[in-house]
Design a protein around this ligand. Structure first.
Ligand SMILES: [Zn+2]
Length: 330
């Protein structure tokens, strides 16, 4: 367990390696932060006791680094120290924090920084409550609240008509919600009529909200490649036009790498080259209400019977272990 001896060891010999590193220039941090946040997190300032936004906050939640968003502390380890600064007994993980000996102001203290981006957080002292006996004394300005919702992930892709892809992904375990919409184009708030013209550049896509502990981004992409034909340029079956193109819209560099890797792996299953576009998501626009939940709301519609039902049958046979229980029992 992390205790004062361990903290001293880290301060003397170096902290454990972080999960990731985030490096930016001083000017880049300045752009991202308010003047106060920059002063405290990047220039090792200290906010006035009792003035910080999180001093009195004790609701559940996670606190992340104001600069890079790395998760640092859990509200369950926050306690009232009377110091005027948010106080925690331990970080979420030993390697979330960097410990550095600080001899400024004629004192010897241990400074704590974000181990990913070196943001100054505050100091740690050996006068906290059991069991760690530690008091992490942290500036509110160095932290941001990470809402529970942000821990849920979303994936955005388009494989032709969104009525179909929505119906497929609604069947999967770990998928909480599927929203049909438009992305990848160049006008704001497009309507269905506008995107159908093919002139706005938008594709019909779905936004899948999922729990990464139950289903991974990679699994979603494999199912995506299996649920449509990724080898026909700007066309799915009878549906023709750039709005029906095969596209994956990624939120960050990690997703981008995974998408490229899965696209390459899936090529083995197709005779023709995969033409799926992979591009950074700029904005997802939900479609009009009558396009949401289309298959479930319109089961008798001929399009559903002809196009969607065979896709669902294929899904049931290929990916039965990923299906919600009430569906795999059918
Ligand atoms: Zn950070």
């Amino acid at each position: 367990m992390l205790d004062w001896n361990q903290v001293i060891k880290y301060a003397n010999n170096g902290s454990p390696a972080p999960e990731k590193r985030v490096e930016k220039s001083e000017n880049e941090w300045k752009e991202l932060l308010t003047a106060e946040q920059f002063q405290i997190a990047r220039l090792k300032g200290t906010e006035r006791a009792g003035s910080g936004a999180f001093c009195e906050r004790h609701e559940p939640g996670l606190y992340g680094c104001i600069c890079c968003g790395s998760v640092l502390f859990d509200a369950r380890t926050k306690f009232e120290s009377g110091s005027g600064w948010p106080s925690f007994t331990k970080p979420v993980a030993d390697n979330a924090i960097k410990y550095v000996k600080d001899t400024s102001w004629g004192m010897t203290r241990v400074e704590v920084l974000c181990n990913a981006c070196d943001a100054h957080l505050g100091h740690v002292f050996p006068d906290g409550p059991a069991p760690s006996g530690l008091r992490f004394c942290i500036n509110s300005a160095s932290m941001q609240l990470i809402e529970e919702d942000q821990q849920k992930a979303t994936a955005v892709f388009g494989g032709g008509c969104f009525w179909c892809t929505e119906a497929v992904f609604q069947q999967l375990k770990g998928v909480n919600q599927v929203v049909s919409g438009y992305a990848g184009g160049h006008i704001k708030n497009p309507t269905y009529r506008e995107i159908c013209s093919g002139r706005t550049g938008h594709a019909e896509v779905i936004e899948v909200s999922y729990n990464p502990n139950e289903i991974g981004y990679k699994d979603l992409l494999k199912i995506f490649f299996s649920a449509h034909d990724p080898t026909t340029l700007n066309r799915q079956g009878y549906d023709q036009g750039t709005q029906y193109r095969s596209i994956i819209l990624t939120r960050d560099e990690d997703e981008n790498q995974v998408a490229k890797q899965v696209r390459e792996e899936m090529q083995d299953y197709f005779d023709d080259p995969i033409v799926t576009e992979i591009k950074t998501l700029e904005h997802f626009y939900p479609a009009e209400a009558d396009h949401q939940n289309f298959y479930n709301d319109n089961p008798g519609q001929p399009y559903c019977n002809v196009i969607i039902n065979p896709k669902l049958q294929k899904l049931r046979s290929m990916f039965s272990s990923f299906l919600k229980e009430e569906i795999s029992d059918l």
